[in-house]
Structures are given as C-alpha cells and as structure tokens.
Design a binder for this molecule. Structure first.
Ligand code: ATP
Length: 342
C-alpha cells in the first residue's frame, strides 16, 4: 500500500499510556495536521513516526515497508521543531547545505541546491547572512529549507509556527501549504491551533487522550463532527441537550421538526452561523437577548432559551435591530445541525 501507514500504534511511558491504538493511512503527497489539546499525544505520535521514540506496540510502514525499527537518519525525513535549532554562527547557506555537506556533496552541487531552496523560500540573496541577522519568519523559512535540502520522503513539523506573532503565523501557514503543494511532499504537522490546521491540511487528525477522535478533510470535520469533543474543539458551536419525543428531537420542551432521534438523549451541534434570529414568535424557539458582541466583521448575539444560552453570528448587514433583554425568535435548519450520540 502506498503512503504512510500507522497500524495499532501504542506508546506507554511506564504505566502511563500516551498514545492508544492509532490506525491511520496517509496517502503520499498529502498534508496532515495532528490537532488536539495539550497532552493528547500529538508530539509522541510524531516522534514515533520520526523514529525518535519506539512504539510499545504497532507498526509504521512507508509504501508497505515496515520502518518501525529503522533509525531516524535512515528514514529519509525532514524535520522542523518549535525550537528551530539553526546554527547561529553559520550563514543561511551553510545552515541549508549542512546535510548536503555531511553527505559529501560537491561544492557546486551544494551551491546549486542552496540557491534553488533560497528561491523556493523567497530568500534569494540572503545566503551570506548570519542566521542571527534574520527575522523570526525568515529563520522559520531557513529551518524549512534546511529540512528539505535532501528532498526527504516525509516532512515532519512540530508546532513550527507557534513562536511567531499572529499575523506572520497566518502568512507562514499559507506559504507552507503552497510550498508543500508545489513539492508534493507528504507532510505531517503537529498543532493545537484549529484555524492553522484548517488552513493547511488535506486531512485533519483530531486527537484526544491518546486516541484519534476523527480523521477527515477540514470541512468534513467542521460540518460533520464525529462526537461532542470534536464539535467543541473545532471552531465554535452550540451544543444543545436533546431528548426523544415520538422519534423526534426535543429541546427544552420544544419539538425540533425534521430532526429525528432514535435514542432517549443526545446532543445537537449547531454552528453559530446557522442560527438565525427573527422577530419574537416567528422562530421555532423563543428566547431573550442576553449579550451582543459586535466584532466588526461579524455580530454575535447570545440568546437565552429556557435557561440555555445559544450563540448566533451573522454579518453586521444582516443584523436584526435588537436590544438586551428583548424577546427574539430562533430558527435553524434541520440539515445544518448534527446529532451527536457520544
Ligand atoms: P503539547 O501540545 O502540550 O505539546 P502533545 O499532545 O504533543 O502536547 P505529548 O507531548 O505527546 O502531548 O505528550 C502526551 C503525554 O505523554 C503527556 O501526558 C506527557 O506528559 C506524556 N509524555 C510525553 N513524553 C513522555 C516521556 N518521555 N515520559 C513520560 N511521559 C511522557
């Protein structure tokens, strides 16, 4: 089978289980983000793929060949970690060509590859600068170029952008994705930032407590979260407790027509942009305006429905003129909601 295969991967540290039974197939050329809260096992999983940590159980295969016992330097990897570990006393070119030099590449081959990589990371002409004379974003790009110098099969990055400020981080996300698409290199990035994952990934792997909770394209994860944990972790959502009434979901005593439910209780996830506010009495539900937050690009309105707070967001242009404490109708389409049973 082509691509990277993780089969039954488990990692114990003493009695503590950091990663439990991970099964994942990553097609060649895809960009995967391992996403989850702190301590969920993302870094441990990445380190096992890198060969820096041995799984307690399970196998790692590349294009069908078992690499589980193969040392890191024989896995044809490029790696970038949060602490970039560039050599500060070397120039940009010397940093990038480091691995080529160790491999005994000729001076002209080294120079050609460095120029190619500098162009790729938009730093042509910076080869003779010391790393200490670069900005944070430029250093980041040098670390990426250095990791790619030997044209690895697999590119692994652990929170590579977390030290950058928000604006630079966003532009680097786009750059990294564009570079990956150009090279077609299989890339795995650890992040705890869902927006970053959604910007870059073909496949987002949401992890929680050492397990994969869902692995799917970003929009699929957003629109069809597998469970409450995923729905809550990806973006903002309203989680409504629902119960069954004659096969139909009921929320706070109101039947939600069009939403069927086959068990006694569950949770309904409705994204804020799918909740519409109407004049009182015109919606399926009624509530009181509890808080309004105008963020410029969107307006978020919190509505208290029978003691349960829902958040609706809309463009300021579509905003209903509302005051705090005012009665308001609430409506959402059945097919914009997801019934979560776990
Ligand atoms: P973060 O986002 O905070 O980096 P993470 O999801 O990458 O978190 P890991 O670093 O993989 O999490 O750690 C998963 C769990 O395994 C944590 O509870 C951590 O304390 C534990 N752990 C990691 N490495 C070791 C180790 N060498 N010895 C013992 N426990 C470890």
């Amino acid at each position: 089978m082509s691509g990277l295969t993780l089969s039954g991967i488990r990692k114990e540290f003493g009695t503590f289980v950091a990663v439990e039974k991970i099964d994942l197939q990553i097609p060649n050329g895809s960009f995967v983000c391992l996403l989850g809260p702190s301590g969920c096992g993302k870094t441990t999983l990445l380190r096992m793929i890198a060969g820096l940590e041995q799984p307690t159980n399970g196998e790692i295969l590349i294009d069908g060949s078992d690499i589980t016992g193969i040392p890191t330097h024989k896995r044809e990897l490029g790696m970038v970690f949060q602490s970039l570990a560039l050599f500060p006393h070397l120039t940009v070119a010397e940093n990038i060509s480091y691995a080529l030099r160790i491999r005994g590449a000729s001076k002209s081959d080294q120079a050609a590859r460095v120029n190619e990589l500098l162009e790729m990371i938009h730093l042509s002409g910076y080869g003779d600068r010391k790393v200490s004379q670069l900005s944070g974003g430029q250093r980041q790009r040098v670390a990426i170029a250095r990791a790619l110098a030997l044209s690895p099969k697999l590119f692994l990055l652990d929170e590579p952008l977390s030290a950058l400020d928000a604006k630079l981080r966003e532009s680097m996300q786009v750059e990294l994705r564009q570079l990956q698409q150009k090279l077609g290199i299989t890339t795995i990035v650890v992040t705890h930032d869902q927006r970053e994952a959604m910007t870059m990934a073909d496949i987002v792997v949401v992890m929680g407590e050492g397990r994969i909770r869902q692995a799917a394209p970003p929009v699929e994860i957003y629109r069809n979260p597998a469970d409450k944990f995923v729905a809550d972790f990806i973006g903002v959502t309203n989680l409504l407790p629902i119960s069954q009434n004659g096969g139909v979901a009921e929320f706070m005593g109101t039947k939600l027509e069009g939403i069927s439910l086959n068990q006694a209780e569950a949770t309904l996830s409705v994204r804020p942009e799918d909740i519409h506010l109407l004049p009182a009495g015109a919606g399926a539900l009624d509530g009181d305006v509890a808080f309004i937050r105008d963020l410029g690009a969107t307006v978020e309105t919190f509505v208290d429905v029978a003691g349960h707070q829902l958040m609706a967001s809309c463009s300021p242009r579509d905003r209903l003129p509302l005051n705090l404490g005012e009665k308001v109708g609430v409506k959402f389409d059945a097919d914009a909601s997801v019934v979560l049973t776990s």
